[in-house]
Design a protein around this ligand. Structure first.
Ligand code: EPZ
Length: 419
């Protein structure tokens, strides 16, 4: 099992290229099931989750071919030959549930393993199922699988989400694109990845109004056709490396990063003393003076993203003063806290909130990654810590971050992967 070793205390300086957004690429690959024609995706990140989604689509009968040596351009074509998404793939990646809408829309049936929980929460899919039921699907639960059926074709419906769900919005948007009639998705998620999916569906022939708002209105069409789509840059990778520049007291240019995708992250980082400026082709992130504690509450976009919470907590652990970090999206997303505290951070969790009291310096230590974003927060802490930090179980990291050690080493970090 790979580990990553960091010797801290070196301010980062240089350029990091931000890759394609993982959480846009995954639903976009599922959208490839909505037509037998070829969907060509570019700026595809090279991540374990992309490989898992490729496996999933292939076992459904689609052809997923890299069009470039580096695999950053994928062609997704062919029809659905098998409507079952097996447990051994789904358990590795919860986003597998995103094949449910396309399967019902195209094949009228689906047998998808329930994703089960993960370390950050139970991760139910009730909003996905309820919305699809309103569109005419019927579901039975059978041995940990959801068996879905549609008599004839899905039909449009007015769906009001009781709270924002990124995945449910994506699943229902894809199903509505091919449903009979009009679908309204009210209180829809507004994350940039939703807009990216919607614009790709429009390029494939879908009719969608309200893109970028919390109310999507879709007129179903009979079929979708070939398209090419360039995936937006990853805003969470952007925010993560902005925190790396900040925690190390350095200055890094994040190529391809887009300020408008960062939502509240920009305001909060600036409040904490980080300078962020949009320049030609990317963002310049600098931290010259001290860091100050800043309070944050995770919210759906454009609020502060839950996927940035662990990284921000690492940054606040060495800030001047105290910070209150409140996690409102997932029920168990503080597993990085005991690991950060082993490095000398002073963090106390009270239910959904954590109080972070900044300390002058962290101490390197062997730590354990527990989930994707917690892994990155431990690397951030290692960059700032005195001495050596070894992060274990970095397979979590490889699911969502491409070539982290190379990108950081290129900016002067003393970091290496130990197999
Ligand atoms: C997406 O997960 C992202 N994953 C997550 O990123 C991200 O943290 C999350 O959105 C919130 O922004 C992908 O896009 C692949 P939700 P998703 O449905 O769609 C509850 C990462 O690190 N809920 O918006 O699963 C749910 O339990 C990952 O890249 C229901 O109760 O998130 C959670 O508490 C982690 N019923 C809240 O809603 C449902 O049917 C938000 O979940 C669906 C969700």
């Amino acid at each position: 099992m790979d580990r990553i070793r960091i010797r801290g205390g070196r301010p980062l300086s240089g350029e990091i290229k931000v890759g394609g957004a993982k959480n846009a690429a995954l639903p976009l690959m599922a959208a490839g099931m909505l037509t037998d024609d070829r969907l060509i995706l570019s700026n595809v990140p090279r991540l374990a989750d992309i490989a898992t989604m490729t496996l999933l689509l292939e076992q459904h009968g689609l052809a997923v071919e890299p069009l470039t040596e580096d695999g950053r351009m994928l062609s997704i074509g062919g029809g659905i030959a098998n409507t079952e998404a097996p447990y051994d793939i789904v358990r590795k990646m919860r986003a597998s549930i995103l094949v449910l809408g396309p399967l019902l829309a195209r094949a009228g049936e689906a047998r998808v393993s329930l994703p089960g929980g993960c370390s950050i929460g139970t991760r139910p899919v009730d909003l996905h199922l309820k919305g699809l039921e309103q569109m005419g699907a019927r579901f039975d639960l059978d041995g940990g699988y959801v068996d879905g059926k549609v008599d004839g074709r899905l039909h449009g419906a007015r769906i009001v989400f009781p709270f924002v769900s990124v995945g449910a919005t994506e699943n229902l948007l894809m199903a509505a694109a091919l449903a009979e009639g009009e679908t309204v998705l009210a209180n829809a998620a507004r994350e940039p990845e939703i807009g990216d999916l919607a614009s790709c569906l429009v390029a494939m022939g879908a009719r969608i109004d309200g893109i970028g708002t919390d109310k999507l209105v879709i007129q179903g069409v009979d079929q979708l056709h070939a398209a090419e789509h360039d995936i937006i840059p990853d805003r969470i990778e952007t925010g993560s490396y902005a925190c790396a520049a900040a925690i190390s007291g350095g200055s890094v240019f994040l190529r391809n990063a887009r300020l408008e995708h960062l939502g509240a992250t920009v305001r909060i980082l600036r409040e904490a003393g980080v300078e962020i400026a949009q320049e030609d082709g990317g963002l310049m992130v600098t931290r010259l003076n001290g860091l100050h504690g800043a309070d944050v509450m995770t919210e759906p976009y454009p609020g502060f993203p839950t996927d940035m919470q662990a990284q921000f907590m690492a940054l606040m652990s060495v800030a001047e003063g105290a910070s209150m970090v409140t996690e409102t999206i997932f029920e168990n997303r503080f597993m990085h806290v005991p690991e950060l505290n082993r490095m000398g951070a002073r963090i106390n969790v009270h239910g959904a909130s954590a109080i972070v009291r900044g300390v002058p310096c962290l101490q390197g230590a062997p730590v354990m990654a527990t989930d994707l974003r917690a892994s990155l927060s431990l690397i951030l802490a290692g960059l700032a810590a005195r001495g050596e930090t070894v992060v274990n179980r970095v397979y979590h990291l490889d699911r969502g971050y491409e070539a982290v050690e190379q990108k950081l080493a290129a900016c002067g970090a003393d970091i290496e992967r130990i197999s």
